[in-house]
Design a protein around this ligand. Structure first.
Ligand SMILES: [Zn+2]
Length: 268
């Protein structure tokens, strides 16, 4: 009887608190590691990038982004002066072969490459930034636009049979003009009209957690604007290198592009 009471109490505790706001842990390239910390811990880093620290029910956790390029095996997280080894497992990401008619996108000209390099530097500067968070507990994210999506994150891509970087975001197919909303509070830190990504918005959620929205037909915010969860920021489009209208939603944590689905509440 006591056991039963204890169990149901735990269930209530689990569903009624904000515990679900911790992203889902998934030890794979493109995944996330959750490390419980003692109160005294001040600084966590991975490959010289400072790592996000959040509090849930008065307990501290480090939330570490694992880059898509991470080889299978052990990675080391530095927790103050201590090294925590983590075992990274393989994951069956899909393969996608795309035929592109516009050869410019397959073999960009030197001008286009120079443009892309400048744009990539601009985005990397944002990904490697680390701002103070306004939250103590990492907020729960919501989907930025409506639409049925499959597991497109991490897909190995071949354009006209040439292997390219794996897909670093989640594609949500949606009609041009459908509204895109803010998945969690933050500050607009970047607006771009990029060669590959098209019209793009980058939002800083604090502590190196950055979200990215690409291929937009319209941008309705400006750099420096503070945005709230649920607020409209733009419209779905097909700008940049795309085969059809959709929203590309990227999430970056300690400069690692991670699976955005890990930030969403588990499906019931
Ligand atoms: Zn995409």
């Amino acid at each position: 009887m006591h056991k039963l009471i204890a169990l149901s109490f735990l269930t209530i505790l689990y569903t009624n608190t904000s515990f679900a706001a911790l992203p889902e842990s998934s030890l794979r390239p493109g995944g996330i590691a959750i490390i419980p910390l003692t109160d005294q811990v001040k600084h966590v880093s991975y490959e010289d990038h400072r790592v996000l620290i959040t509090e849930e029910n008065n307990k501290k956790y480090a939330v570490v982004g694992i880059p898509l390029s991470t080889p299978i095996g052990t990675i080391n997280i530095k927790v103050d002066q201590e090294i925590i080894p983590l075992d990274i497992q393989s994951y069956p990401y899909a393969e996608q072969h795309i035929k592109l008619k516009d050869q410019h996108f397959v073999e960009p000209s030197s001008d286009q490459l120079a443009r892309y390099k400048t744009e990539a530097q601009e985005q990397n500067l944002i990904y490697t930034s680390f701002s103070q968070s306004k939250w103590k507990t990492l907020p729960q994210f919501i989907t930025p636009t409506q639409g049925k999506f499959t597991n497109s994150f991490g897909r190995k891509r071949f354009f006209n049979n040439e292997e390219r970087a794996p897909h670093s975001g989640l594609d949500i197919p949606a009609p041009i003009g459908q509204k895109v909303i803010v998945p969690a509070d933050g500050t607009v830190v970047g607006i771009g009209h990029y060669f590959f990504n098209g019209n793009t918005i980058l939002i800083d959620h604090g502590q190196g957690l950055i979200s990215m929205f690409c291929h937009l037909s319209q941008i309705e915010v400006h750099k420096g604007q503070v945005v709230k969860q649920g607020e409209e920021i733009g419209k779905v489009g097909k700008t940049g290198r795309v085969t059809g209208p959709h929203l590309h939603w990227g999430m970056s944590l300690n400069d690692a592009r991670v699976d955005p689905q890990l930030f969403l509440a588990p499906k019931k």
